[in-house]
Design a protein around this ligand. Structure first.
Ligand SMILES: [Fe+2]
Length: 235
């Protein structure tokens, strides 16, 4: 759907330029052009023989820093990575290796967006396939925008990446407009912003609802979790 694609592109741009994002006059045609190349047209990612294979955090950060210039986009990925890791640890009770797989998916999910917007998602997946990375991580990245990439989230890691992606960005945008930042931020404030269509208008409310539904999770719980952990993240 062109509207959804537009939302996705604007949403990513909103992460880069935060809440002062202004949609350029020609953005709709750009969005339509990108729509065709965003669809991944496959459902198998990586090689099952590579299950369990990861790169170190240093290597992942090197890749991130090589591909991403924008500090704001880097911050977005660091935030999503952190809340993915904390969820894996606290809610899924996974071991350290599994936590890193969740974190790595968050850390690299938008790594190709800035350099190759018309190959977004495809480029990072190909890079990680070349590096023989665990196919579960590749699938989580491939399914973080099912309405845009055409890949449905299946595992809990897939579903949580999809659920955290847009909500994390909206909550961070809210923190930037509050003089106290995250301090004292409450669930009701975030929900009010969610209802305000004009606030971070580029963040797709439909995707957030769809992601919560798919993950079988209560949005209030997710919002509370993100507020708590993003406010604690020190970079
Ligand atoms: Fe993202």
């Amino acid at each position: 759907m062109p509207g959804s694609i537009l939302n996705k592109i604007c949403s990513l741009a909103a992460v880069v330029s935060e809440i002062d994002f202004k949609q350029p006059d020609n953005s709709f045609s750009t969005a339509l052009k990108i729509e065709m190349s965003l669809l991944l047209n496959r459902n198998i990612f990586g090689n099952p023989a590579n299950k369990g294979r990861v790169i170190s955090k240093n290597e992942a950060l090197q890749l991130l820093n090589k591909w991403v210039v924008s500090d704001r986009l880097k911050l977005h990925m660091l935030q999503v990575a952190y809340i993915m890791q904390r969820w894996a640890a606290e809610k899924e009770l996974l071991d350290g290796e599994a936590q890193w797989r969740w974190e790595m998916a968050g850390l690299l999910h938008d790594a190709d967006w800035e350099k190759w917007p018309d190959e977004h998602c495809n480029k990072i997946i190909m890079e990680l396939e070349e590096r023989k990375i665990d196919p579960d991580i590749l699938h989580a990245i491939a399914s973080h925008g099912p309405n845009y990439f055409g890949v449905e989230p299946v595992t809990q890691m897939d579903k949580m990446l999809y659920a955290f992606d847009e909500l994390s960005g909206l909550i961070h945008a809210y923190s930037l407009m509050r003089p106290e930042g995250y301090t004292g931020m409450e669930l009701k404030g975030v929900k009010k912003r969610l209802k305000e269509k004009s606030f971070a208008a580029n963040v797709s409310r439909e995707d957030i609802q769809d992601a919560c539904l798919k993950a079988g999770l209560d949005m209030d719980e997710l919002i509370g979790f993100i507020i708590l952990h993003q406010s604690n993240l020190k970079i």
